[in-house]
Design a protein around this ligand. Structure first.
Ligand SMILES: *Cc1c(COP(=O)(O)O)cnc(C)c1O
Length: 460
């Protein structure tokens, strides 16, 4: 595995005691003199490392294979490659991105159950053996196009409690699993295990334990047909920030006992997962600039509403990134975003019901339907945190609006920690050597803290 230098990542070292927010502030100050107040990101690669340490603590039996589709930025993939993670790739291009960094093909799972034949051939030619399937047609394609595939049967899960459901599109039922295993046997294919994905934004951790128990059934079916399966892949869906309904550790507290029950350590089964958002969401902060504004005066309706919330006006803010850019997560990932104010308002500053819109000419391009914000001017900034997952990866330049620049940063402590993990691996490292050096917040009070509140719906 290649060893990278800071220059390979193209990040800037954070000075001692500084954090991502300080860099956001610094960039805003630099831009304040210019007319070109383009939206930009600050991405803290140290935050990705922190997630990796947290993963090792909470899921010691499970090797993460990062889902590249979530954010395929080179710096992110490089960070995870250095840390020894594996990768979930869904296409030839994603395999190329990962392999261009010197990652061994054994650390890649081609986790797309419906692949184009030419891309199966590409995987075969480049040593990528692990791949998922959920249909008979896929088995026949793989039998014809791959020399030595190690197949993983993707099963459907009950994703009725997930925000983004996946089992409508992917996953075999338990009933069809037996037929698929029989067919694989006839074709002389090697099935090494079972995978699932509970859907993203899963709100019930029991979904994981149910899916782990279903996987056990399929392992037993496989054994009856003469397969000795050795791989369980518990997929993704782990939350990427702590403002999610369900905390990461609440989920792992359900997963660990389920693994110990159905796949005890002495079963010899290797357990992997495909976290995407978990690793990158909180690392990215987006700063957008207000480029236009409208004040909508409320009609004198003559009604006698006596309400604190009654405002004589509504403000519409237009900013320079929207749903065709970074905020595509609102459409594709059902994300709900709220800005953080850049300038702290005065204690008695008046707040107004507001909406926030993207820069394109499409009426769909709305970022926040309702929130309360002070009266701000064109040229002021709004910040959005937790913007690393399913944002830059799927953003377009529709209507000619360019994607924001990303400024990567990392603290020296995080860099040293990463080098140690790279050299010695996670087990050698354990708790002692890293986390203490890496405060999760700036040592001092940030001037930026003040999330906008959603406002009472009846105002507008
Ligand atoms: C998208 C995807 C993931 C990652 O999902 P997250 O919710 O970001 O963790 C993992 N595995 C597969 C097969 C996926 O399609």
């Amino acid at each position: 595995m290649t060893t990278f230098t800071p220059a390979d990542f193209d990040f800037t070292f954070l000075e001692e005691g500084f954090c991502a927010r300080d860099i956001v502030e610094q960039k805003i100050n630099e831009l304040s003199l210019s007319d070109d107040k383009d939206a930009f990101y600050v991405a803290d690669l140290g935050d990705v490392l922190k997630k990796h340490l947290r993963w090792a603590r909470a899921l010691p039996r499970v090797t993460p294979f990062y889902a590249v589709k979530c954010n395929d930025s080179r710096a992110v993939v490089m960070t995870l490659a250095s840390l020894g993670a594996g990768f979930d790739c869904a296409s030839k291009t994603e395999i190329q991105i990962v392999q261009s960094l010197g990652v061994d093909p054994s650390r890649i799972i081609y986790a797309n159950p419906c692949k184009q034949v030419s891309q199966i051939k590409y995987a075969s030619a480049h040593g990528v053996q692990m791949m998922t399937f959920d249909s008979e047609v896929e088995l026949m394609k793989v039998a014809r196009s791959h020399d030595n595939a190690k197949l993983v049967l993707r099963i459907a899960t009950d994703d009725s409690k997930a925000v983004c459901r996946l089992s409508v599109k992917f996953g075999a039922t338990l009933k069809s699993s037996r037929l698929l295993l029989e067919r694989a046997k006839e074709l002389g294919l090697d099935v090494i295990g079972v995978s699932f994905h509970v859907g993203s934004g899963c709100t019930d951790p029991e979904t994981y334990s149910q899916a782990i128990s279903d996987a056990r059934c399929v392992f037993d079916m496989g054994a009856e047909l003469g397969y000795n399966m050795t791989l369980l892949d518990i997929g993704g869906g782990f939350p990427g920030s702590d403002d999610s309904k369900l905390k990461f550790e609440e989920i792992t507290a359900v997963i660990n006992p389920a693994l110990d029950k159905y796949f005890p350590v002495d079963s010899g089964v290797r357990v992997i997962a495909e976290p995407g958002r978990y690793y990158v969401a909180s690392a990215y902060t987006l700063a957008v600039n207000i480029i236009a504004k409208k004040v909508i005066m409320k009609e004198q309706s003559g009604s006698d509403e006596e309400d604190d919330w009654t405002s004589d006006r509504t403000l519409m803010y237009y900013v320079n990134d929207g749903v065709y850019g970074s905020f595509n997560c609102i459409l594709y990932d059902h994300a709900h975003v709220m800005p953080v104010l850049h300038k702290k308002p005065k204690p008695d500053e008046r707040m107004y019901p507001c909406s926030i819109w993207g820069p394109t000419c499409d009426g769909l391009d709305r970022i926040v339907e309702q929130c309360t914000l002070p009266d701000m001017q064109v040229g002021e900034w709004l910040l959005f945190e937790n913007m690393g997952a399913y944002t830059v990866a799927a953003s377009s330049t529709f209507n000619g609006f360019q994607k924001p620049d990303i400024h990567y940063i990392m603290s020296r402590a995080a860099w040293q920690c990463m080098q140690q993990i790279h050299a010695q691996g996670m087990p050698a490292l354990a708790e002692e050597q890293c986390p203490g050096n890496m405060p999760s917040h700036c040592g001092r009070e940030s001037s930026l803290e003040l999330p906008a509140k959603p406002c009472a719906p009846r105002v507008l």
